[in-house]
Each structure stands twice: as C-alpha cells, then as structure tokens.
Write a new protein. Structure first.
Length: 183
C-alpha cells in the first residue's frame, strides 16, 4: 500500500501512520476494506434508534401520565363502591407519581445518551466506573511500597547512640567559633 499524500510505500498494512509524512492511514485502510464507503456512514446506519436515556425519560413520562389517568378513575370506582377506608388509590398514586419521577432521574443521571448503546445490564456500573477512572490529580499519594520483613536488619549496639550523647548544633555555631578565634 502507498501513502495517498506522499506516495511512500508502507512496509505492512498494519501501520497506522505514514513513515515519511505522518499521514493517518487507518482511515484509508477502512475505505479499502469497505469498498470505498466511509466508516461513519456504516456506523450511523447501525446506530439509528433511540438512546437509553431518551427511552428512560419516555418511560418515566408514561408512568406519570398513567397515574394521572388511572388515579381519578380509581377514585370514582372507590366512591361508587363506598370503600372510603381503602388505601389502594393512595398507594397507586404514590407509586405512579414518584415512580415516574425517579425513573426520569435515573435515566438522566445513569443512562447513556448514545443511540446505539444498550446499557440496561451495566448502566449504573459503567457510569460509576467512568467516575472512578478519572485522571488522578497531582496531589494524590504515590503507590504503596512494601519491604519484606526478612530484609530488616537490627541496629548494632556499638553504633547506637542515646539522644543525650548528641551535641546540639546550630547554624551559627561555626561563625561563633570563628569570632572567638579573632580575640
């Protein structure tokens, strides 16, 4: 294969860049393998559809609408049957209202906006992984180092010093000694 920009013959078809001019050859290889069709048209034809986020938002809206329709009908039925102490209508109203809202919040936060992806199984897990795999900041701690316990050597007794044996030294000791010599 030859580079379309500079004409340099490539050593293998697996190279991604031209060795002379640096031209990206992976797109050229895709064109050759797909009989001249760009890869984007093939990918966009596969990805037609609705994103999981949009599906979740629709489902939440449908649940809210269902609650707005069913709850008044159930209230009429409950009133005609004179079952005033039954909590069924209240439970259904709470489930449809809050269920719809929570479903829409879940779709907005955790589901993908890409039309081709189906993340029904790993939606929350992939979102959490993306959050956790963010680039570490410079203030992060270095990786843990471990040393085998066998490599520890106890200090010898003749090199051991007590803190009382150490002479205090300061920055100005040397200068003070020089002044004493001048006298």
């Amino acid at each position: 294969m030859f580079c379309p920009r500079c004409g340099q013959e490539q050593i293998s078809s697996e190279t991604n860049f031209c060795s002379r001019c640096g031209f990206l050859l992976s797109g050229v290889l895709d064109l050759i393998y797909n009989n001249g069709l760009p890869v984007q048209t093939l990918v966009s034809a596969e990805n037609k559809g609705v994103s999981p986020r949009k599906k979740g938002l629709r489902l939440g809206g449908q649940l809210l609408l269902l609650g707005l329709i069913i709850v008044p009908i159930l209230m009429l039925i409950q009133d005609t049957l004179r079952m005033h102490n039954s909590p069924i209508v209240a439970i259904i109203a709470i489930l449809t209202f809050w269920g719809g809202i929570l479903r829409m919040i879940y779709a907005r936060i955790f589901e993908s906006n890409e039309p081709g992806e189906d993340n029904s199984e790993t939606g929350i897990f992939s979102s959490v992984q993306k959050i956790l795999n963010k680039k570490q900041t410079a203030s992060a701690l270095p990786p843990e180092h471990s040393t085998a316990a066998d490599s520890y050597i106890t200090p010898s007794t003749n090199n051991w010093r007590e803190t009382n044996d150490l002479a205090p030294q300061s920055v100005i000791d040397h200068t003070t000694k020089l002044l004493d010599k001048d006298k």
